[in-house]
Design a protein around this ligand. Structure first.
Ligand code: PLP
Length: 581
């Protein structure tokens, strides 16, 4: 393909992509092909002679599209969204054009510098503490990772490095990794490593467990608190979507539960060194109690210092997994609801009123909930109009990344890196090579602006609230029950059952009702997905089978939510009609 052929091929591809997006709602959301379908229709070998683009392009519709599940479809309500937008697509195009493995600054200074700048821009938009800025007071900064799973693994590697460094006395001066092995220290390290444990709530994403598994470390969960069932309409119709953080069904990690776990670990001789706290859990979009977590950690450290032997505990690295819901922090009302921004409150007026005596200004500053935490990660590629992959990981002190992951090799040496004036992102990640992912973020931030991004989050969160309202409306005739949400455009619900008098016989009343609700909800779930009109996913909350309905896709409009709701009502009636009397 020469330049002219490329120009023609690219123009016709763009035309086809635009057509795909304009008519996406006419397609079935989920692919129906059988496993192995593609092998049957593709040749067994790559062609000997190059083919014409026209022939290749035809196979997109003929052979690939049947095996595509359309994540940008307006009736895609499954999992969390995987974002797309035209500006982001252009970023991917330019990134492909400027292809390179830009692991060191000198490999393309613009690639590194743009990444640092746009991640600072994003941190400010999200209201994150200055500790996460590249220009902040604690040597922090941001780096783009491929996924939230990669981010938590990277953070855990750094956390392990920090913990080991802080717990074991430094090596004698002049000794470094290339010197002879210090056997005594190696033994002590091995002994300590074997007792280190990473923690997360029972609702934390499995990526934390996986990271611990990869690193050969222990992982334990902490029980969450909640979730109560509501049958009254949620108050979620604020014009700006201000209360997208509230909703039913907490299922969150609390300070007391964490403290109990930390004490338990210590009593068993374990060393808790890492905690994943979640902003927007996968199952219900719950938000862990960040200030309670900070208090529990402070209390634990104090107890360890004062306890028998006073040997202290290393600091627990707190990683905030905000993979999906974190991008909603672009909305200031969400920042306030979560408590991200510290507040400075002048309490003098109150004092004056109480005592009748004027007092000097009495300003109390409350710090933001993330101020003492060590890392934070959010995927722009989930809800913020940016293509996969754009997982934005922030760290309070980047030197722990570099210490843990900065392995030297002669071939990568260069004057800029040796001068210490530049960032080499290869030292902040597990792979070596990296592509130009900052471009699409730059294009998205500039094209939409903060206002456009906020509008997208608020609009799609409002659709979630609308869905929950419809679910509990008269039209639904009491057939549904909210288990969690609406929160961050996610609602988790189930069928309400037929009431105690008609619950399955032969079991305890409550157990019988629960079993029936699970059976009905499973049947409804299967019918919904079998229809092919929408796609939803399910979860199980404390033994209760539930359907998750997410409205974060950029193509989803009110009409699609209303259509889905009507479909659910019809199918739920069918399910009830099919029940034996
Ligand atoms: N954390 C949370 C809260 C998630 O919901 C998910 C996936 O949905 C992940 C982590 C993993 O995301 P990734 O696919 O980017 O690894």
């Amino acid at each position: 393909m020469d330049s002219e052929e490329f120009r023609r091929a690219a123009l016709s591809s763009i035309d086809e992509i635009v057509k795909y997006y304009d008519h996406i709602s006419e397609r079935r959301v989920v692919s129906t092909v059988e496993p192995g379908y593609l092998r049957e229709i593709l040749p067994n070998e790559a062609p000997d002679k190059g083919e014409r683009w026209e022939d290749i392009q035809k196979d997109i519709e003929a052979k690939i599209m049947p095996g595509i599940t359309h994540w940008q479809h307006p009736s895609f309500h499954a999992f969390f969204p995987c974002a797309s937008s035209y500006p982001s697509m252009l970023g991917e195009l330019y990134s492909a054009a400027l292809s390179g493995a830009c692991f060191n600054w000198i490999c393309s200074p613009a690639v590194t510098e743009l990444e640092t700048i746009v991640l600072d821009w994003l941190a400010k938009l999200l209201g994150l503490p200055a500790t996460f800025l590249s220009t902040g007071p604690t040597n922090g900064g941001g780096v783009i990772q491929g996924s939230a799973s990669e981010a938590v693994l990277t953070a855990m590697v750094a956390a392990r490095e920090k913990y080991l460094h802080e717990k074991l006395p430094p090596r004698p001066q002049g000794q470094n990794d290339d010197d002879d092995v210090d056997q005594e220290r190696e033994d002590a390290l091995a002994h300590l490593r074997a007792r280190m444990v990473a923690l997360g709530s029972s609702m934390a994403h499995s990526s934390t467990r996986k990271a611990a598994k990869v690193l050969g470390l222990r992982f334990e969960t902490i029980a969450v608190t909640d979730g109560h069932v509501s049958s009254s309409p949620p108050g979620t119709s604020d014009a700006r979507g201000a209360d997208m953080t509230t909703g039913k069904g907490g299922y969150a990690l609390t300070g007391p539960a964490l403290l109990a776990k930390l004490r338990d670990c210590r009593a068993r001789g374990l060393e808790p060194f890492f905690l994943t706290a979640t902003l927007g859990t996968t199952d219900t979009c719950a938000v862990d109690d960040f200030s309670g977590i900070a208090e529990a950690l402070a209390q634990f450290r104090a107890e360890c210092r004062e306890g028998p032997g006073g040997d202290g505990a290393g600091e627990v690295w707190v990683h905030v997994d905000a993979a999906y819901a974190g991008t909603a922090l672009v909305c200031p009302e969400v920042q306030d609801a979560i408590g991200v921004r510290g507040t400075a409150r002048d309490t003098s007026a109150q004092i004056e009123n109480e005592t009748g005596t004027p007092k000097a200004a009495n300003v109390t500053a409350r710090s933001g909930v993330f101020d003492t935490f060590h890392s934070f990660d959010t995927n722009m590629h989930k809800w913020l109009l940016t293509h996969f992959d754009a997982s934005c990981l922030y760290v309070r002190d980047r030197s722990w990344f570099v210490r843990a992951l900065g392995v030297g090799q002669a071939v990568y040496h260069n004057a800029a890196s040796s001068g210490g004036l530049v960032t080499d992102y290869r030292e902040w990640q597990i792979p070596l090579g990296r592509r130009f992912r900052a471009l699409k973020i730059w294009f998205v931030l500039r094209s939409f602006g903060a206002e456009g991004l906020r509008a997208h989050i608020r609009r799609t969160a409002r659709l979630g609230a609308l869905f929950a309202e419809l679910l509990l409306s008269e039209e639904a005739q009491g057939m549904f029950e909210l288990l969690a949400g609406p929160r961050f455009a996610l609602t988790v619900f189930r069928m309400a059952g037929r009431g105690p008098s008609r619950a399955m016989a032969g079991k305890g009343k409550v157990e019988g009702e629960e079993t029936e609700k699970n059976t009905l909800t499973r049947k409804l779930y299967e019918k919904i997905n079998h229809s092919g009109k929408v796609w939803v996913t399910s979860t199980v909350l404390e033994g209760r089978f539930a359907i998750r309905f997410m409205t974060g896709v950029w193509k989803t409009e009110e009409e699609h939510v209303r259509m889905a709701h009507s479909l659910f009502v019809d199918l739920a009636r069918e399910v009830l009609a099919e029940q034996p009397t």
